[in-house]
Design a binder for this molecule. Structure first.
Ligand SMILES: C[S@@+](CC[C@H](N)C(=O)[O-])C[C@H]1O[C@@H](n2cnc3c(N)ncnc32)[C@H](O)[C@@H]1O
Length: 283
């Protein structure tokens, strides 16, 4: 089969789920991931054939996309801060805005050295970025999901000396003592989407990404931030700093949680889409 034909037919079929440009992009990225060809290979070389041994994998990938599965789960990875992270249905697919949070915390950790704590770590994308970008640092990461932690622990098998310490714990139950404390830097990207916001979300997120990673009750949408502020109060060094990702519609209310906990320099930061997306603070 010609690559151009596979892309044309795949794009048309995916048009039932996605707008045409998004559908074309997904099929091209599938081909890129499976065959290693560039996104314009079928244009500059219209006679390029899909190698027969690769066709079943491409067809299976397309079938999964047609079932609404995110491309990242089909390929098994997502790029984050220049590294390739393993992903599967047990972990949230790392988002580009979270790269901004990791970049800020990474600079802090490189400047100050020392220890970092990442709450709600999921795939471990923030924890590993900190550990690998700030050699010599010690990173501890927490999640309640055993399945997520087993992916997080296996991200970079050859980086044992930098490997964060992954711990299973419920962030909502703040302990009296914690291994690795006190910390210089705290990061968290907790669940923050209200149940009532589900109606605005794409089917491929709702049906395939873990509910546990996404949703909070409408009656108490800031519960993870109250807990995070308490982790910061108990386990940050006096000069320690923190940054958390937030629901863009709840910036002021979330900032108030950190202020009420007595944290200083509480600041709302915008992401690259100009949405209120992070709160930074100091102890
Ligand atoms: C929004 S995801 C963030 C994942 C990753 N840090 C990232 O930025 O891509 C939230 C994570 O919080 C975890 N989580 C949910 N409830 C939790 C709890 N009570 N205690 C600890 N982790 C929890 C989920 O398993 C999920 O991995």
């Amino acid at each position: 089969m010609l690559l151009a034909q596979f892309i044309r037919e795949g794009t048309a079929a995916l048009g039932a789920l996605y707008d045409p440009r998004e559908a074309a992009g997904l099929v091209q990225r599938l081909c890129n991931g499976v065959l290693g060809v560039s996104s314009y290979a079928h244009i500059v070389e219209p006679s390029l054939e899909v190698p027969p041994c690769d066709l079943p994998r491409l067809q299976e990938g397309l079938a999964r996309l047609l079932a609404g599965e995110p491309l990242q789960y089909v390929l098994g990875y997502q790029e984050f801060c220049g590294r390739r992270f393993k992903v599967g249905p047990a972990v949230l697919i790392p988002r580009p805005e979270t790269e901004e949070l990791a970049a800020v915390a990474s600079v802090w950790l490189r400047q100050g050295g020392g220890r970092a704590l990442d709450l709600c770590t999921g795939s471990g994308c923030i924890a590993w970025t900190l550990a690998l970008d700030a050699p010599g640092s010690a990173v501890t990461a927490v999640d309640i999901s055993d399945a997520a932690l087993s992916i997080a622990r296996r991200q970079f098998d050859n980086s044992r000396e930098s490997q964060p310490c992954f711990i299973m714990a419920d962030v909502l139950k703040v302990p009296e003592e914690f291994p690795g404390a006190p910390f210089d830097v705290l990061t968290a990207n907790p669940p923050y989407i209200r149940e009532s916001e589900k109606q605005f979300m794409h089917r491929n997120v709702l049906e395939h990404e873990p509910e546990l990673a996404l949703f909070v009750p409408d009656a108490d949408p800031l519960l993870f931030y109250r807990a995070t502020a308490e982790w910061a109060r108990r386990f940050l060094k006096p000069e320690g700093r923190g940054i958390v990702e937030i629901n863009e519609q709840l910036g002021a209310e979330t900032a108030a949680v950190f202020e009420a906990a007595g944290l200083k320099e509480v600041t709302i930061l915008r992401d690259f889409r100009q949405k209120e997306r992070f709160i930074s603070f100091s102890k």
